[in-house]
Design a protein around this ligand. Structure first.
Ligand SMILES: O=C[C@H](O)[C@H](O)COP(=O)(O)O
Ligand SMILES: C=C(OP(=O)(O)O)C(=O)O
Ligand SMILES: [Mn+2]
Length: 432
């Protein structure tokens, strides 16, 4: 039996509705349509896309506003340093992986990581999966050449298929309905496991701290809009596609559609920040997304790269602190460290990932702010996608089990190794 630290008590109930900030004037769930929307598919038949989105908009909300508010309250505790955030999962979820065994396996991996962090830090862990809806992918280029043929890129299962054929790569709006169905299926498994149906066993006490929340990038706005609903109990709009959604590095323009969309939903919202993030722009993003300075609303996710984090992060942390926003700082050590290996695979080096995490903690310690947690692309499977780790996975072995549909994930052993190092960081931070 693991020894359970005494103050990992359960995270607490939802905030009072009357303390939720107002919806911005002139915002409505379709107001993003008046702004430039990047990274959207060119649906071959826009009428069919409208019809599919309309069908989604008539289906029941996958996630309840009350549980979204509970996450908001849990994240408020992470903002003030009394809880830790662990967010992780696939870069791109596949519809086919929403079957119950695969989802249950992912849940176990996420809970195992959360348990290590909780034991290391003595704090409750807010657990957020990139799960049950992480189906849309922003890409660096619109097309790629496969075996001499130029094809549209794969944009996630909600848009097209990864198989390198013109048919698979054609955007299909019916996929929005399939995404909804697979989200519901994954949520049923998660709910069943948490209720004891699939026996969380040794993880039961982690689940007593709070459930596994779901999250994904709010990328495909036709779909996110269709699942955005007015909650009569609070008179606020919630994107019920997940507990938390985030806006990616490629779509976070202040005057863009994605920031407009998330500015009006009451969910906790994340924003990724690359090494080029401009200080004034970040402060303006905070003002747009968190005008009420409400703890638990805004999660900032620097993904700077190991080489940049120690220089690029401090001015942002200082500016956000001076502006008075109680943001949750979560380190994504994956997306700033992507490289092409000699053998041609998109990969990441374990040492770069660990170095960025170390830099992130060092910056926050030096600034006197809270390093709330991490956001990882990881799996419990023994895949060969990232280089290094104690088993020293080398370039020649990447081909053995390179299974990701988009970015390279830490495998099970690499995840445990990194999470162990993070737990040590958290422990040493608490010692002062
Ligand atoms: O997951 C994130 C992005 O979709 C990904 O990093 C983009 O990858 P690309 O550069 O291969 O398009
Ligand atoms: C696209 C992603 O990240 P970023 O926006 O930081 O590149 C991602 O999280 O998969
Ligand atoms: Mn990714």
């Amino acid at each position: 039996m693991p020894m359970i630290p005494t103050d990992t008590r359960a995270l607490v109930a939802a905030p009072a509705a009357d303390r939720l900030p107002e919806t911005p004037a002139a915002w409505h769930r379709a107001s993003w349509r008046h702004r430039p929307a990047h990274q959207q598919p060119l649906w071959p038949d826009p009428d069919r896309a409208c019809e599919a989105a309309r069908s989604v908009s008539m289906l029941p909300p996958p996630v309840a506003p009350a549980s979204i508010l509970r996450l908001r309250r849990d994240l408020a505790r992470a903002a003030d340093g009394s809880a830790v955030v662990f967010q992780g999962g696939d870069c791109a979820e596949r519809f086919a992986s929403c079957v119950s065994d695969t989802v249950a396996a992912k849940l176990r991996t996420l809970l195992q990581s959360a348990m290590m962090l909780s034991l290391g830090s003595g704090l409750p862990v807010v657990k957020i999966g990139r799960i049950a809806g992480q189906f849309g992918k922003p890409r660096s280029a619109d097309t790629e050449v496969v075996d001499g043929v130029e094809l549209p890129v794969y944009r996630g299962d909600i848009v097209n298929g990864p198989e390198p054929t013109p048919e698979a790569r054609r955007p299909d709006p019916e996929r929005m309905l399939h995404a909804y169905g697979h989200t519901r299926a994954a949520l049923r498994t998660l709910g069943g496991c948490e209720a004891g149906g699939a026996d969380p066993g040794e993880f039961a006490w982690v689940l007593e701290q709070g459930p596994l929340y779901t999250s994904h990038e709010a990328l495909l706005l036709d779909y996110e809009e269709a699942l955005t609903r007015l909650d009569p109990a609070t008179d606020r709009w919630f994107d019920t596609s997940a507990h938390m959604v985030w806006v990616g590095e490629r779509t976070r323009a202040l005057d863009g559609a994605h920031i407009e969309f998330v500015s009006g939903i009451a969910n906790p919202v994340g924003v990724k920040l690359g090494p080029g993030a401009d200080i004034e722009e970040v402060v303006e993003l905070c003002a747009r997304l968190d005008p009420a300075r409400s703890p638990g609303r805004l999660v900032l996710v620097p993904r700077m790269g190991a080489r940049h984090v120690r220089d690029a992060l401090p001015p942002l942390v200082r500016a956000v602190r001076s502006a008075g926003h109680p943001v949750v700082w979560v380190c994504d050590p994956m997306h700033g460290n992507t490289v092409r290996s000699h053998s041609g695979y998109k990969t990441r080096r374990f040492t770069d990932i660990a170095t960025e995490v170390e830099g992130f903690f060092a910056v926050h310690r030096a600034e006197g702010t809270h390093p709330a947690g991490v956001h990882l692309e990881m799996t419990g499977e023994d895949v060969t996608e990232c280089l290094g780790g104690v088993r020293e996975l080398c370039d020649e072995r990447l081909a053995e089990r390179y299974e990701t549909a988009c970015d390279p994930r830490l495998n099970g052993a690499q995840t445990v190794e990194l999470v162990f190092a993070i737990a040590e960081e958290l422990r040493s931070g608490l010692r002062g």
